[in-house]
Design a protein around this ligand. Structure first.
Ligand SMILES: N=CN[C@@H](CCC(=O)O)C(=O)O
Ligand SMILES: [Zn+2]
Length: 413
């Protein structure tokens, strides 16, 4: 099956296969072709270029006329907690009335509140809830996603969450990566015995999860009141021993050395980074660890935004993701994340689109499959409505400029 897209007003993010991610000044460059064609063969991008090189209609099965529209790779959302049960609107109201994230957690809300709900629900109910969220984000242009466990906090409930992710991998036609986040919070039954829980994670849970091939990555919430830098080192080393590379939560509320722990353990990404010291920025230079900002969380909790401008000016790469979860970012809308990165973190549209595509793909180890318009990559594509320029996507925040989403060359929305 061959599909030819013709007269695309502008084809964005065209790259050769050697681009792993972009950093510093290179983030300001978004390679594009105006008045372009793109040829998809089955599920793969076969060819693209200016219209004067366009193949003949007779050589293809289907022609899509894209006059006035932009085409770009689907968003790569490298940090989500898509598997959860119910919601936490009650805490939302508490927050409006002035309670902080930490105060809500101390009152029995927060991660432990979601853990109770996940422990109580059946796997098939949990699958149904999660599937709805996945359908929702695909419709918003996401074509590759990372999903974490971490709202189970018992072996049984963590396996339930990971099994849901496994079923999504089997039933959906987009790249999905699973992350084991048993170290999200200390569960009730280990209250006042965090060491005991970390030992249990290392000796029981990580080996079992890895053996069952239920996770691609291991994660830790390295934060004051949750898991220390020392705990983080121990858990990441255990993950590495069992073939799980690291993607970790660091510097959300306090900077305690989590970035350095991630870099020392060759983490694929360090995520959140709302509180960044100069030494944290230094530690990320010339490493293969991708910093990931989550502006939806900053927006929702009213905490600082990751200093993305400063980090890019210092030569670092940056990815952006939704952090879709019930407590700190109940939205999986990457279009909003791209807008917020521009409006609040002062990224240019080019930088924000790079952060949400090629760099997001790298932050999931998927840079060879998705994240750019590259021959041989998956035909996971966004076709916009007719718009004046690509800057209109972040500019028109809260609106949806997407007309059609293609996964593996097939129209799904
Ligand atoms: N910070 C840790 N974990 C989630 C939020 C968890 C929750 O509040 O349910 C996050 O990435 O923001
Ligand atoms: Zn998170």
């Amino acid at each position: 099956m061959k599909t030819l897209f013709k007269n695309i007003k502008e084809l964005l993010q065209v790259r050769d296969e050697h681009t792993r991610f972009v950093s510093g000044k290179a983030m300001a460059e978004l390679p594009t072709i105006k008045n372009a064609f793109l040829l998809v063969e089955n599920d793969i991008i076969r060819d693209f270029g200016p219209m004067h090189d366009c193949p003949n209609d007779a050589a293809v099965d289907q022609v899509v006329h894209a006059e006035g529209k932009m085409m770009l790779p689907t968003w790569c959302d490298s940090h989500t907690h898509l598997v959860y049960a119910g919601n936490r609107e009650g805490e939302f109201v508490d927050k409006i009335k002035g309670l902080s994230y930490q105060e809500i957690a101390e009152k029995g809300g927060g991660i432990l509140n979601s853990a109770k709900k996940v422990q109580a629900i059946t796997e098939s109910e949990l699958y149904k809830e999660t599937k709805n969220r996945l359908d929702e984000i695909i419709a918003l242009g996401t074509g590759a996603v990372e999903i974490k466990s971490g709202y189970g906090l018992t072996l049984e409930a963590e396996l339930k969450m990971l099994s849901v992710i496994k079923r999504l991998k089997e039933n959906y036609n987009l790249p999905i990566k699973a992350t084991f986040l048993g170290a999200h919070a200390v569960p009730e039954n280990f209250k006042n015995n965090k060491e005991g829980y970390v030992d249990y994670l290392i000796s029981e849970m990580i080996p079992l999860v890895a053996e069952a091939k239920l996770a691609d990555f291991v994660d830790v919430f390295c934060e004051t009141g949750y898991f220390s830098v020392e705990d983080t080192h121990r858990i990441l080393e255990a993950g590495k021993k069992h073939g799980l590379s690291a993607k970790i939560h660091v510097n959300q509320f306090t900077a305690i050395g989590g970035v350095q722990a991630g870099v020392a353990n060759q983490a694929l990404s360090v995520d959140h980074l709302e509180e960044m010291r100069d030494e944290d920025i230094e530690a990320l230079k010339n490493t293969s660890t991708m910093p990931v900002a989550l502006p939806g969380c900053s927006f929702f909790l009213g905490i600082p935004y990751t200093p993305g401008r400063k980090m890019i000016d210092a030569g670092l790469p940056l990815a952006i993701a939704t952090d879709y979860n019930p407590g700190s970012s109940p939205s999986g809308n990457m279009n909003f994340v791209v807008s917020a990165a521009c409006i609040k973190m002062k990224l240019t549209p080019e930088e924000a689109i790079n952060a949400a595509t090629i760099n997001g793909a790298y932050a999931m180890g998927l840079e060879k499959q998705v994240g750019s318009i590259t021959k041989g990559k998956l035909a996971n594509l966004i076709l916009t409505k007719p718009i004046h320029s690509y800057s209109f996507i972040p500019y028109s925040f809260g609106n949806n400029q997407i007309e059609t989403v293609y996964l593996n060359g097939v129209e799904v929305v």
